[in-house]
Design a binder for this molecule. Structure first.
Ligand SMILES: [Fe+2]
Length: 281
């Protein structure tokens, strides 16, 4: 199963930019890559921070851009979003019984659970008692089935100052994961930086943004870390029963491929044919 993940798109009203970047164009590059190279993806997940300033025009723009995407798109909210404005502009949005933008998809590889960690008035991520109860019920009804969590705010630390703005209900989440025992992977955004690892025994991936990205500016380093207009990052997650791998991919169409003469394919194919052996006997 392939899942195409796009995070922190920070859309703005048409005709304006986000920190000088055309975030709608960058999202379109991602969707173009999805259509051209990954039309077999089961889902495309937008991991929150859909809008930069939560303007109604930005959500309207998102809705019209998504309308031409053939892959099923699932959207999460982030700290830049406003739930009421998003829902007002997205009448088809899926919510739980309490009005949070949370959803489930059952697939041959297991259950995908999409969490709403946005909390009005906070940059940090939260799951209130209602959302925790919803998650516990979704985990319980899928007992014995592998589960993949998608959430804007990372529950794990990345070693950078942004950790102060992470998901704040990590202890409750970790307890639920431990109790139910079937969560295989957590995908999060928010940090505008790609990394991966293991949090309390559960594998995670942290996606970069399609707008600006942050350097490796760790907590102990002095000053404020720079932000970069660099690659336009998306994630391509490949899930099998044996493994999960997430490819970080740059969809910036202006990146320059190196001349293929530097990578002689005939020699590589000979090595492939020899099962990795460098030279013939
Ligand atoms: Fe963001």
């Amino acid at each position: 199963m392939k899942i195409y993940i796009i995070s922190d798109i920070h859309l703005v009203a048409p005709g304006t930019t986000s920190k000088g970047m055309d975030s709608a164009q960058r999202l379109q590059w991602s969707f173009d890559d999805l259509a051209t190279n990954h039309a077999d993806a089961a889902f495309c997940v937008l991991l929150g921070d859909l809008a930069d300033h939560a303007e109604a025009e930005a959500y309207r723009s998102l809705r019209s851009i998504i309308a031409s995407v053939r892959t099923p798109v699932i959207t999460l909210l982030g700290n830049h979003d406003d739930r009421a404005t998003y829902l007002a502009e997205t009448p088809e949005a899926e919510t739980d019984a309490d009005g949070f933008v949370q959803a489930v998809r059952d697939t041959p590889m297991g259950r995908l659970i999409f969490l709403d960690t946005a909390e009005t008035g906070y940059v940090t991520g939260h799951l209130c008692a209602k959302r925790q109860a919803w998650l516990a019920a979704r985990l319980a009804e899928a007992a014995g089935t592998p589960v993949y969590l998608f959430m804007h705010h990372p529950p794990f630390d990345t070693g950078a100052k942004v950790d102060q703005l992470k998901f704040k209900d990590g202890a409750a989440l970790a307890a639920m994961i431990a109790e139910h025992g079937q969560v295989r992977h957590i995908a999060a955004g928010h940090t505008h930086r790609i990394c991966g690892g293991v949090w309390r025994g559960t594998a995670f991936s942290n996606l970069g943004s399609t707008t600006y990205n942050t350097g490796v500016h760790l907590t102990e380093m002095p000053g404020t870390g720079a932000r970069y207009d660099e690659s336009v990052n998306v994630g391509i997650m490949l899930v099998t029963e044996e493994q999960i791998v997430l490819h970080a991919h740059d969809v910036n169409p202006y990146r320059q491929p190196l001349p293929m003469v530097l990578f002689p394919q005939k020699r590589l194919e000979e090595i492939y044919a020899r099962g990795g052996k460098l030279a013939a006997d």
